[in-house]
Design a protein around this ligand. Structure first.
Ligand code: DQQ
Length: 524
């Protein structure tokens, strides 16, 4: 969406039947630039096809003269949306500002008016807030005490913190005595997000709804590692603090939305279809010089529906159902045994733009490789055991964006190990052979998938679109997004291929394979 430099999703919402996405945008160049960031704006009726609108929020006041940074939408009880966003003021300090639609009758919300009271929250000598680390207000929520609450990310030395502010009128905000949440040694928390999830269904919950049978999720984008981490926990409505459940840990040993490239994400409650939707920014893996040469950088991942897994311990994500409208020319392969060393082409799909769903069944576990107890870092394990490293149960999976001679390909696959009391499933996205261009970042990604391969089938879905591969393992329990730039499609103008492979010594069975060519969405 949009050309030029493009990053965090901002203020996603649905208003009068129209979906809105705003995003961080540099109108002056292909990459992010201090002082020039605005809120670009696109609208849609289906979350798939988008119409670019004019820039919605841009520097125009002393409280945002050096940039209008990330923020969120809050829908008032009467339906009016309000935007809280970070401004970088004339002194280079980060402060929070308020903007309201100029005309609430316009479903496209083209014009925004900033509050004359801006900034509405600011670092001061009294509150000791770090003026260069105070940004990205969440969606606010209205509590039974009649006060709005909102959370803003920051840090105190190395401690990541979420400040809580309260307000009676949405304009005058007071810093709460307590922190909403914090965690030692996690660094700056960018783009924090806080939302409820239902414990017994995949139906979304509005932050404004107080209901039973809900848990809460807190997400922080860690500036140190550029990944989005979350915990599942409880929100104490009296003390106004969030506490992660035991075993749900903050920081980079915790859970991630996506184990590849996916950052500064934000959710919203889609009241039209009662679901919670996650947006995330996927940056390039090419060099900055290449980005400048091509004239743009950064995309938004396909929106994902997000809900709490039945274990209550992690979230599950799945591409929004509407994306299936783009599917065409279905190809279905009958069940098939995939012997060791096989590479099987999936014919008849436009492999550069495709949606693939595959399910594997493993029946003989007798030869499974033993998981060394020191192998606790799945990404490292995937780096050491890439697609070309033979195993016993795996690697098996997909070779996507592959050239005919397999000089270039991206491998998305599983390996199964014998753990102490159970089988452990590793999912990898191996970019090491994705491109002959040496300038790209070809880091391999990896995650464990919390499925039991003895009793469950192992499923993988990959959405492929030229330079993007978004993969969902175990029905969306572990997700990873990669940016890859195969040279054969550009240099030789050759079509991409799609293969299923098994590089393990044991056979596995493909129980289901459906692949579709994908039509182009309208985005600009
Ligand atoms: N990007 C914005 C900030 C945010 C960061 C600036 C995250 O508000 O913290 O463009 O990518």
């Amino acid at each position: 969406m949009g050309l030029m430099g493009h990053s965090d999703p901002n203020g996603p919402m649905i208003y009068k039947g129209i979906y809105h996405l705003f995003y961080q945008y540099n109108p002056k160049g292909a990459v992010w630039m201090w002082g020039s960031i605005v809120w670009a704006h696109s609208t849609s009726t289906d979350l798939v096809n988008w119409t670019p609108q004019s820039v919605a929020i841009y520097p125009s006041q002393p409280s945002d003269s050096n940039g209008t940074w990330s923020g969120s939408a809050t829908i008032f009880p009467d339906g009016t949306p309000a935007m809280l966003f970070t401004g970088v003021n004339t002194l280079g300090q980060q402060v929070q500002n308020l903007a309201m639609p100029k005309n609430t009758c316009d479903p496209y919300l083209l014009e925004w008016v900033k509050s004359p009271s801006n900034p509405v929250m600011a670092p001061t000598r009294e509150n000791h807030i770090n003026a260069s680390s105070f940004r990205d207000p969440t969606t606010a929520w209205l509590c039974a005490d009649g006060r709005w609450k909102v959370v803003i990310g920051s840090k105190i030395n190395r401690k990541g913190v979420a400040y809580l502010y309260t307000s009676e009128d949405f304009v005058h905000w007071i810093e709460a005595q307590n922190l909403f949440h914090s965690a030692e040694d996690t660094g700056m928390w960018e783009c924090v997000d806080f939302f409820p999830v239902s414990v017994n269904s995949s139906v979304g919950v509005d932050l404004q709804m107080l209901r039973s049978n809900i848990k809460y999720v807190f997400k922080a984008s860690l500036d140190d590692t550029k990944h989005d981490y979350y915990t599942v926990g409880e929100y104490d409505h009296v003390k106004n603090v969030y506490t992660p459940d035991e075993g749900s840990v903050d920081g980079d040993s915790g859970l991630r939305y996506d184990y590849g490239k996916f950052y500064a994400s934000k959710t919203f409650f889609d009241s039209a279809r009662n679901r919670r939707i996650l947006w995330g920014w996927v940056n390039e893996s090419s060099s900055v010089t290449a980005d400048i040469k091509k004239g743009w950088s950064g995309i938004q991942a396909i929106p994902r529906t997000i809900w709490l897994d039945k274990s209550g311990k992690q979230l599950v994500q799945w591409p929004i159902q509407e994306i299936e409208k783009l599917r065409t020319n279905a190809v279905r392969l009958p069940g098939k045994i995939l012997k060791k060393g096989s590479v099987l082409e999936v014919p008849g799909v436009t492999a550069a733009q495709a949606d693939v769903e595959i399910t594997f069944n493993v029946s003989d576990f007798s030869t499974g490789e033993v998981l060394d107890p020191s192998w606790t870092n799945p990404q490292l394990l995937c780096c050491q055991k890439g697609a070309s490293v033979k195993g016993s149960l795996g690697p098996f999976g997909l070779l996507v964006l592959a050239s005919e001679s397999l000089q270039e390909y991206t491998a998305v696959f599983f390996r199964i190990f014998k753990g102490k009391n159970k089988y452990v499933v590793l999912m990898c996205s191996d970019q090491s052979r994705s491109s002959l261009n040496p300038d790209n970042d070809k880091t391999t990604y990896g995650a464990f998938v919390d499925v039991d391969p003895v009793h469950e089938q192992l499923s993988l879905r990959s959405l492929i679109d030229h330079s993007v591969v978004e993969s969902f393992g175990g029905q969306g329990k572990s997700c990873m997004t990669a940016r890859v730039y195969p040279t054969f499609t550009v240099k030789e103008d050759a079509p991409a291929h799609l293969y299923v492979f098994n590089n393990g010594s044991e056979s596995v069975t493909i129980t289901r394979l459906s692949a579709w060519s994908m039509k182009k969405a309208k985005i600009n």
